[in-house]
Design a protein around this ligand. Structure first.
Ligand SMILES: [Zn+2]
Length: 328
C-alpha cells in the first residue's frame, strides 16, 4: 500500500515537474531580450557629437555639431508652424536617423550624411532658412526649432538598445505601413502599420493627377519599352495586391505587373495610396497621403500634439516597442 502511495506521489510530482521544465525552456527564450541587452555593443554615441555633412550642390564636406546640424534638418523637414511637441518628435527622429545612418554605413566616402532629401536627409543653412520665412516670424520660428532640438538633446529612439532606422514621411493618409510591404526586403519589428487620425485636415492629404491615355502610355514606356495596353478591352488596369497599410502593392496595367512604388515614381504621385480610373480619354489618379508611409507621419504627429500628446507618446505611437534613450 505504501509503495502504491509512493508511485502515485511520484506520478503527481512528475505531472507538476514536466510542465515546469517546459515553461523554464520558454522562459529562457523570453529571457533572450535580457541576454540581448547584456550583449549590446557599447556604442560610443558621444563620438557623433560632430558629424561630416556633405553639401550636395558644391561637393564640400563641412564638420558640424550634431545638434547644429539638426536645426537645419528639422527646420527643413517640418513646417515651423507645427506644434512644439511634433517638432520635438521630429528632432528625436532626425537625430536617431542620423546616428543610424552613420553606424550602419554612410553612402558617402568622406562624409557621414548629405543634405539631399532624396539621398539622406534634407538640411538647410540657418541663413537660407531665415531668408525663406517672413520677417515677422523669423525669430519666433527659429526659437521654436531651437527649443525642439535642445529639449531632446542627447536622446535617440532605440529598439533593443540600438538606434532605429527612423523613417518618416509627410502624411500617411490614415495608416502607416511596414517597410517590407512597401519596399520588400528587410522587416523592422518597430515599423508596423499603425493608424493615425486627423491627417485629412492637412493640404498634404489628397491630390489628383489626370493624363491622356497617350501620355499615360508613353510615360510607362519610358521605363518599360515592352509596355502594351488595349483600352478597348476590359480589366486593363487591376489592383492585384494591397500592402498591410492599404497602399497599392501590385497593380496590373496592360501587359505589366507593377509595384505601387514604381507607379508612384513613374507618374510622380505623392504616395502609393491611389485609385486609378479611366474617364473617357483620360486616366485619373486620386491619391491619398504624401510620402512612402513608413514610420512617423509628420502631419499625424502634429495632430497628436494638438490632441495633447507629448513627443514621447508620438514617437512610441509610430515606432512599435521602442524606448527613448539618453546617449550622453
Ligand atoms: Zn546622401
Amino acid at each position: 500500500m505504501k509503495k502504491i502511495f509512493i508511485y502515485i506521489l511520484c506520478l503527481v510530482l512528475l505531472c507538476f515537474l514536466i510542465p515546469i521544465l517546459f515553461t523554464k525552456r520558454k522562459e529562457i527564450k523570453t529571457l533572450k531580450k535580457e541576454e540581448l541587452e547584456e550583449n549590446i555593443e557599447p556604442y560610443d554615441y558621444g563620438k557623433y557629437n560632430k558629424i561630416k555633412l556633405l553639401h550636395s550642390s558644391t561637393g564640400e564636406v563641412e564638420e558640424i555639431d550634431l545638434d547644429t546640424y539638426l536645426l537645419g534638418v528639422v527646420s527643413s523637414e517640418m513646417p515651423a508652424n507645427f506644434e512644439e511637441e511634433a517638432l520635438k518628435a521630429q528632432s528625436l527622429v532626425a537625430r536617431t536617423y542620423t546616428i543610424y545612418k552613420i553606424i550602419n554605413g554612410s553612402k558617402h566616402e568622406n562624409a557621414d550624411i548629405c543634405d539631399n532629401s532624396n539621398c539622406c536627409q534634407a538640411w538647410i543653412s540657418k541663413e537660407d532658412r531665415l531668408n525663406r520665412w517672413n520677417k515677422e516670424e523669423r525669430d519666433s520660428n527659429w526659437t521654436k526649432i531651437e527649443n525642439a532640438v535642445n529639449s531632446t538633446k542627447g536622446k535617440i529612439i532605440t529598439y533593443e538598445g540600438k538606434p532605429i532606422n527612423a523613417f518618416f514621411h509627410s502624411n500617411s493618409g490614415g495608416t502607416t505601413d511596414t517597410a517590407s510591404s512597401v519596399w520588400g526586403g528587410t522587416n523592422y519589428p518597430y515599423l508596423q502599420a499603425v493608424k493615425t487620425s486627423g491627417e485629412d485636415a492637412y493640404a498634404q492629404y489628397s491630390s489628383e493627377l489626370s493624363l491622356s491615355k497617350e501620355e499615360f502610355t508613353s510615360k510607362i514606356k519610358e521605363y518599360h519599352s515592352n509596355f502594351e495596353i488595349d483600352f478597348n478591352k476590359n480589366n486593363q488596369i487591376q489592383i492585384l495586391e494591397y500592402t498591410e497599410g492599404d497602399r497599392i502593392k501590385t497593380v496590373k496595367i496592360g501587359n505589366l505587373s507593377l509595384s505601387g512604388v514604381e507607379v508612384r515614381n513613374i507618374f510622380g504621385l505623392k504616395s502609393a495610396r491611389f485609385k486609378i480610373n479611366i474617364e473617357d480619354n483620360n486616366i485619373k489618379f486620386n491619391v491619398i497621403g504624401y510620402g512612402h508611409g513608413v514610420g512617423m507621419s509628420q502631419t499625424g504627429a502634429d495632430n497628436m500634439a494638438k490632441q495633447g500628446k507629448n513627443y514621447e507618446e508620438i514617437v512610441k505611437h509610430y515606432y512599435t516597442g521602442v524606448e527613448i534613450m539618453n546617449i550622453v
